[in-house]
Design a binder for this molecule. Structure first.
Ligand SMILES: NC(=O)c1ccc[n+]([C@@H]2O[C@H](COP(=O)([O-])OP(=O)(O)OC[C@H]3O[C@@H](n4cnc5c(N)ncnc54)[C@H](O)[C@@H]3O)[C@@H](O)[C@H]2O)c1
Length: 334
């Protein structure tokens, strides 16, 4: 099987390396419009070579991973559909709800698999958490807490195009938490502050935020996220149910020090960033992509599901700006 990677920047390079490490992948083709970037990335990988353009990438592969900047995603997905190539597109597949709604309809009409790169859905611990929720092992869900803090803010030049903290950072948990709970969200409240760098205010954004979701069955989720954590990259999800209380992302590398005598302490080995924290998830994401291409797996992150998280992110933005909770009439689809 041959897989194409469009865009070999930060995340495309990582995905290409994971793809090249899979036994079921014979060759990885890389394309990037920046001169020499794809060739350079290919030389450090087994089984990889640079393609001269997107046409070669589409014609000579069985599926394409799209890791280009967000504003290029709809056009890249459409090129894949036109060529009949399944795709895994980095999140988000489109920057606003209108564009995304149109694109999802086109994807579904084409009947070609498009997976969205929400890596929590591919994380073995999150998959196990969902299994325990679905089978009832946790009992009725009372409460969910999700924590998502970057170690350091992104390049400040990125802020004006990021879409803001809810569409850019909290979107991951706005996708994962309703997917885990399996119920529509009926009400959203969000608040945010600028505490890390005034550049966020200049970009009309915040650098720390909290979101309260109320689900149709009455359970609540609290999502917290921000752009700076002095100890490292922290992502956890904790679920309290009627029969058990469990966490993902809580291990010896979690950037959190307990002040209790026997509590956990992280030394110098805290997760520095998302590639390290989600290594197992990203590796499995590539395996699942290849399995979907081979007809051996269902798509766990279909394009339609992205509409839920984007709707919630937009509701969060509205709530933060007005200070008022937003009711979702009829709820967000689960
Ligand atoms: N799931 C995650 O955890 C996660 C993490 C980081 C980034 N992302 C997403 O991945 C995407 C890429 O982010 P990044 O940080 O790797 O960006 P980046 O800027 O580091 O890399 C993007 C690359 O795409 C190339 N490119 C631009 N236009 C192209 C085109 N038309 N065809 C092929 N290549 C093209 C650029 O030259 C660059 O090398 C974004 O949509 C971002 O939201 C997801």
């Amino acid at each position: 099987m041959r897989i194409g990677v469009a865009g070999v920047g930060r995340i495309g390079t990582m995905h290409a390396a994971h793809l090249a490490s899979l036994g079921t992948v014979d060759e990885v083709l890389l394309y990037d419009p920046v001169d020499g970037r794809a060739t350079h990335a290919a030389t450090s990988l087994d089984k990889a070579r640079a393609a001269k353009d997107v046409t070669e990438l589409l014609e000579e592969t069985d599926g394409v991973l799209i890791a280009t900047p967000t504003d290029t995603h709809p056009a890249m997905v459409r090129s894949c559909l036109a060529a009949g190539r399944p795709a895994l597109c980095e999140k988000p597949i489109a920057a606003d709800l209108h564009q995304m709604t149109v694109l999802v309809a086109e994807i579904e009409a084409a009947g070609i698999p498009v997976l969205v790169g929400f890596q929590r859905r591919f994380d073995p611990a999150v998959i196990e958490l969902r299994r325990r929720i679905v089978t009832g092992e946790l009992g009725p869900i009372y409460h969910v807490r999700a924590t998502g803090f970057d170690a350091n803010p992104p390049d400040l030049g990125y802020l004006p195009t990021s879409g803001g903290i809810f569409r850019d950072l909290l979107i991951h948990d706005l996708d994962a938490v309703p997917w885990l709970v399996g119920e529509p969200v009926t009400e959203v409240y969000a608040s945010g502050s600028v505490l890390v760098d005034p550049a966020f205010a200049q970009a009309d954004d915040v650098d720390n935020a909290v979101v309260l979701l109320r689900f149709a069955g009455g359970a609540h989720a609290v999502l917290t996220g921000g752009r700076h954590d002095p100890l490292g990259y922290d992502h956890r999800i904790e679920v309290l149910g009627g029969k058990d209380s469990v966490a993902v992302g809580l291990d010896p590398r979690t950037p959190l020090n307990s002040l209790e005598p026997d509590g956990p302490r992280v030394d110098h080995d805290a997760y520095p960033g998302f590639p390290e924290r989600f290594r197992r998830a990203y590796l499995n994401e590539m395996q699942v992509f290849v399995d979907v291409l081979g007809g051996r797996a269902d798509n766990p992150s279909p394009a339609r599901d992205s509409l839920v998280s984007l709707r919630l992110a937009e509701a969060c933005e509205r709530s933060r700006r007005t200070g008022i909770p937003v009711r979702l009439d009829g709820g967000s689809p689960p």
